[in-house]
Design a protein around this ligand. Sequence first.
Ligand code: UP5
Ligand code: MG
Length: 194
Amino acid sequence: MPTPKVVFVLGPPGAGKGTQCKNIVEKYGYVHLSAGDLLREERAKPGSQYGELIENYIREGKIVPVEITCSLLEKAIEDSGKEKFLIDGFPRSKNNLDGWNNTAAKRINLSFVLYFDCPLETCTERCLARGAAGSGRSDDNLESLQKRVKTFLSETEPIIQHYKAMDMVKTVDATKTENEVFEEVAKIFDEIKV
Ligand code: UP5
Ligand code: MG
């Protein structure tokens, strides 16, 4: 098996990470792994050892211990048998970064980090609208969103800076319409020919 390759997809809550990952999958044949979706699936499993812990962390906008997230991601990568992955919403803290570097990074190559840049007010409005439309997500409410934003600023921003210092970040303006954002995203993927 060739070494799996990943693109980390980061940005504030509601920046459009999941939306654009779907578009990238369609055009470029990646496998989309949303860390948040994997955690929500794990939470929903009857009798899951981590179900309650995950629910508490998500509602509080806190970051689940990396051992749980990393093992879900690694398992999904192995089970797929594929080669190119978008890892959406991870790593979002120093704990996540260290956990990844100490385990998965030895078996998986990081291509680059795709960063969706979007004002936090716009992001919050998008998530609130999604909640009002019936997303069913227990964190699409104002109280959780304030916590998610705080966590993004204190924990995830430094990770983006870390990768910027390594010249690994490709930034997209995520304020435009979904199609316009994807045009910018597509330019990046066309250029790197992956
Ligand atoms: N929308 C999208 N693009 C738009 C555009 N260009 N113009 C207008 N509207 C647009 O989009 C959000 C909403 O905006 C949708 O309604 C969409 O239609 C619209 P989406 O694509 O879902 O944005 P995304 O960035 O994926 O937002 P999401 O809410 O998923 O981001 P989060 O990063 O907050 O959520 P995630 O699922 O990654 O994590 C949730 C929680 O899980 C975290 O807070 C944390 O508690 C936990 N978690 C961990 O602990 N560890 C992890 O590694 C990952 C998650
Ligand atoms: Mg998402």
